[in-house]
Design a protein around this ligand. Structure first.
Ligand code: DAT
Ligand code: MG
Length: 170
């Protein structure tokens, strides 16, 4: 069927979602036997990662506040990053997440249920991120995850020798 395509997509449970203990509800809402989690990790977001992730918004008035929000300065300095794979996963997960503006999001969506607009910063605290299209999904998955952090990936990989010092358990 031409309209059914296996896709991978990036989901972030943002710092407000974590601090409000919404992780279980969000994972349940995204759960579907046909959709698999390919990778998951808790991340302390760096400014560099935050600015790269939201590079398309860098000229917006709210950019600095958006970066502070995703860095966790208003909630907790953690984000839960997930990669989902499934047929039409990008569109389906965007639908479950809901509209960007929390007041426009359908009340049965994650953003509609739990999102708010911060009254001082005007940033949409909308609890989750979900990749918008295939181009964004590929860029975002590659930004947040290394290939070996995913069970498997649909994107090509290559091996490179490095001299990096890595951390091991003592
Ligand atoms: P989405 O997250 O639905 O893909 P986006 O990429 O346009 O939306 O924006 C990224 C985030 O920035 C969004 O989740 C919340 C915040 N944001 C977007 N537009 C905003 C606005 N006009 N005022 C405040 N925050 C906004
Ligand atoms: Mg977006």
């Amino acid at each position: 069927m031409a309209d059914k395509k296996v896709q991978q997509t990036l989901v972030l449970i943002k710092p407000d979602g974590l601090v409000k203990s919404l992780t279980g509800d969000i994972l349940s809402a995204l759960s579907n036997p046909k959709r698999k989690i390919m990778g998951a990790k808790i991340v302390r977001v760096t400014r560099e990662l935050a600015e790269e992730h939201y590079q398309h918004l860098k000229d917006e008035d709210f950019f600095d506040e958006l970066i502070k929000y995703i860095l966790g300065e208003y909630h907790t300095k953690r984000v839960l990053a997930l990669v989902y794979e499934g047929e039409n996963a990008i569109k389906e997960i965007r639908k479950i997440a809901g509209a960007t503006h929390p007041e426009e999001a359908h009340p049965e969506t994650i953003r509609g249920k739990y999102g708010r607009i911060h009254s001082k910063t005007n940033v949409f605290e909308n609890v989750v991120h979900a990749s918008a299209d295939e181009k964004d999904a590929e860029r975002e998955i590659k930004l947040w995850f290394r290939p070996d952090e995913l069970v498997h990936t649909i994107f090509p990989t290559e091996s490179k020798e490095t001299t990096k010092t890595e951390l091991f358990w003592k």
